[in-house]
Write a protein of this length. Structure first.
Length: 221
């Protein structure tokens, strides 16, 4: 299959791209940063999802993973919500071969415990996902979201590298762990390739933090 991944140059996006490549699929990566992957089945496009005109022409994809976004910036709404809409509407319209769309939302979309613009943008992504799921159900396209808790990425270095803040996080995380990008890739592959019947769902994957003990920890200004 041919897979579109936004935000493919690092963190979750890179791990997911590498997983699909390891399974023999072809990947189209979209990012504002240069490629971090060298593989004959990987094509990289420098593009800003906030600008629909910059998005590459791709017409033969089976899977779209909406992963690109910003965190705690003035552009969170434009990146995370409007940018995701730009990408999805374009490739839904141009790819009759689509079988699955997955959105990377956030646990904050469920708990509300994070930065205001970020939380609002990710909650919007979940609502938009449901809209897309309804529209694409007659085509047999599955459409879901994952709302992740803590993941070991550079974006989270402010807390993962601060012993005091990390202890606070582990104190309120029931399973005493965070996810690796590779574990996220497991979920992405299952939800886009294996799953053929679940659609319109937002999966909260946060090591029990929200339902068992919801607390948000971040450095003070």
């Amino acid at each position: 299959m041919k897979i579109i991944i936004t935000g493919a140059s690092g963190g979750i996006g890179k791990a997911v791209a590498e997983r699909f490549l390891s399974l023999g699929h072809e990947v189209y990566g979209i990012d504002t940063a240069p490629s971090a992957i060298e593989n004959e089945r990987y094509s990289h496009y420098i593009s800003d999802i906030r600008d629909p005109a910059s998005l590459p022409e791709i017409t033969d994809a089976a899977v779209l993973f909406n992963n690109a976004g910003a965190q705690n910036s003035a552009d969170d709404i434009d990146n995370n919500l409007k940018g995701t809409i730009n990408v999805t509407e374009k490739y839904v319209r141009e790819n009759a071969s689509l079988v699955s769309i997955l959105f990377n939302a956030s646990a904050s979309a469920v708990s509300g415990q994070e930065f205001p613009l970020y939380t609002a943008s990710k909650a919007g992504v979940v609502g938009y996902m449901k809209n897309v799921a309804v529209r694409l159900a007659p085509r047999g396209v599955t459409c879901n979201a994952i709302s992740l808790g803590g993941v070991y990425t550079k974006l989270n270095d402010p807390v993962t590298r601060d012993p005091k803040l990390w202890k606070k996080i582990m104190d309120v995380t029931p399973m005493k762990k965070w996810m690796t990008p590779e574990e996220v890739a497991d979920w992405v592959v299952f939800l886009t390739l294996t799953n053929r019947s679940m659609s319109g769902q937002n999966l909260l994957i946060d090591n029990g933090e929200h339902d068992l003990n919801a607390t948000f920890v971040w450095p003070e200004d």
